[in-house]
Design a protein around this ligand. Sequence first.
Ligand code: TRP
Length: 328
Amino acid sequence: MEKVVSGIRPTGNLHLGNYFGAVKSFVAMQDQYQCLFFIADWHSLTTHPKPENIQASARTILAEYLACGIDPTKAPIYIQSDVKETLELYLYFNMNIYLGELERVTTFKEKARQQPDNVNAGLLTYPTLMAADVLQHRAHKVPVGKDQEQNMEMMRKCARRFNNIYGVEFFPEPQNFYFGEKALKVPGLDGSGKMGKSTGNCIYLRDDDKTITKKVMKAVTDSGPTEPNSPKPEVIENLFTFLRIASTPDTYQYFDEQWNNCTLRYGDLKKQIAHDLVEIVAPIRAKIEEYSANTELLDKIAREGAEVARASASETLKAVREIIGFRK
Ligand code: TRP
């Protein structure tokens, strides 16, 4: 079975954009690939050197992913900082990558602009740590978004360069991986293109029914259709995207017809969307609460995940040390 590895930054809670855009496909993947997921807490130090409660944030994410359906018996999930083997590989990759290559990475340049007082070496070597995350397992596939394209390019460069320097065919060149249907892009509720934390237009998996309903009812609309069969403006198209995501095809058609014959009432449409989103979120939220209350179970799952990851990484590192020529 091919190996899939992906990291999750421990920033904030999961929202519907994360759920439909990524997490759902992680859940589907675990049956067909040998998946390993981890929470990238070391990476978070590049921007937050003094985290408030790093263990609590890792548990929060862990509870949310498990609640969404990640099954740790199929797809172990671990915390990056529990697997110290990663650091050794990170060091080797840092020896083979040039300063200029790292400086050219767009995310580095952006972060350097955002935090001019803390342009630290970890920020610069973010891509080599990411390469170590994946290549320590010699994984082939990495399910990440478009924003990670350049980091993936650097990862392949690390693999290629190691192979070239030592004249081996040891590391595969991991590919970005899109599983199943095209990831759904969940629109924002404020008329903006995309649901995202930075835009503050999110419905979180932890939101209660009332909050979800309130957020949906407040979604931006216009003054309504005036001519039959007119094209939908973006804000209305966004609402219909929610219908497509959350409701049945029949329901979609019902409201689409109303739009086309100018009888659509946005209030009804929103009520429907809110109702159907609550149906999806409520059971997940219940599971999040259940997991969150069971710190012991969460820690056990993370510990067991780390064991699997360490076994896989130490096998790789043993070979790497031998290839470079270190004492066994
Ligand atoms: N950089 C990734 C992100 O911001 C998180 C990440 C860290 C990651 N290490 C990884 C993703 C390894 C995939 C593989 O989303």
